[in-house]
Design a protein around this ligand. Structure first.
Ligand SMILES: Nc1ncnc2c1ncn2[C@@H]1O[C@H](COP(=O)(O)OP(=O)(O)O)[C@@H](O)[C@H]1O
Ligand SMILES: [Mg+2]
Length: 241
């Protein structure tokens, strides 16, 4: 396995506000890595730091060996990082087709765009049926699929997903995670953050456990499920807030 994303002793936050306190994470090519943690742990800030939307105060993020520190957001997108923010955000006034077109901004090649569109619509047939519908007519689950599809349209080699399960009914979460498993099978490297530890353990090759801006544990789902503190805090169905 070759190293794709390396986060080393990352300290980050917003301006002078510190949120992440020395985070180290590695993601190999074609690996699916999950980060679990309660609300406020710093999961979103972690993804924002990778994409360039948060203030890095120390340490660093490297993609394919290239330090991202000085690179603007659009550069990171061109390097193959796609970010799907939390809350299934889509352009409500644009059609599904237009939303996907926007996602494809990293290339001008019509052939490449058509290829990516075919992949996305094969993955999410429900979007194919609704290509001419406006984003704001979609259900929550369909919207999340469109948000993920838009990330794939950018031709991402690394897909960052912020709480894909958030706000979705359990059956829809199952359906969405089955799609994410298919994306993983296509060879896309995935780094996702989740409060839903049970679903994260189903999807990920490896999981990091985060709280209060730090990583406390790392391991395969099988290893972590044997850890009594993980079982009590994240798999008991109890709120940890
Ligand atoms: N734009 C911001 N400015 C200042 N503090 C923020 C900002 N966004 C989030 N925070 C703070 O950072 C901490 C972690 O937030 P976040 O990364 O969103 O956690 P999570 O995604 O795990 O719920 C929280 O205490 C939150 O209040
Ligand atoms: Mg968050």
């Amino acid at each position: 396995m070759s190293l794709l994303l390396e986060i080393t002793e990352l300290a980050a936050g917003y301006g002078g506000v510190s949120v992440l306190d020395g985070i180290s994470i590695r993601v190999d090519s074609a690996e699916t890595v999950g980060v679990i943690g309660a609300n406020g742990a710093g999961k979103t800030t972690l993804l924002k730091s990778i994409m360039g939307f948060a203030t890095v105060q120390g340490g660093g993020v490297a993609m394919d060996g290239a330090d991202l520190h000085t690179r603007p957001v659009h550069d990171r997108a061109r390097l193959g990082i796609a970010y799907v923010p939390e809350g299934a955000r889509v352009f409500g006034e644009l059609t599904v087709a237009e939303n996907l077109e926007v996602g494809g901004y990293t290339t001008k090649s019509r052939a490449v765009l058509q290829e990516r569109l075919d992949v996305v619509l094969d993955l999410f047939p429900v979007l194919r049926q609704r290509l001419s519908y406006k984003g704001n007519t979609l259900s929550g689950g369909q919207r999340q699929m469109l948000a993920v599809g838009r990330g794939l349209m950018a031709g991402a080699s690394l897909l960052l997903l912020d709480e894909p399960s958030l706000g979705l009914a359990p059956l829809i979460v199952d359906e969405l995670f089955a799609k994410l498993a298919s994306i993983r099978e296509l060879g896309t490297t995935i780094l996702f953050v989740e409060q839903n530890a049970a679903k994260a353990f189903e999807l990920a090759d490896r999981v990091y456990v985060m709280s209060a801006g730090r990583i406390h544990l790392e391991g395969t789902p099988a290893q972590l499920m044997e850890d009594p503190s993980v079982a009590a805090l994240y798999l008991g169905g109890e709120s940890v807030d």
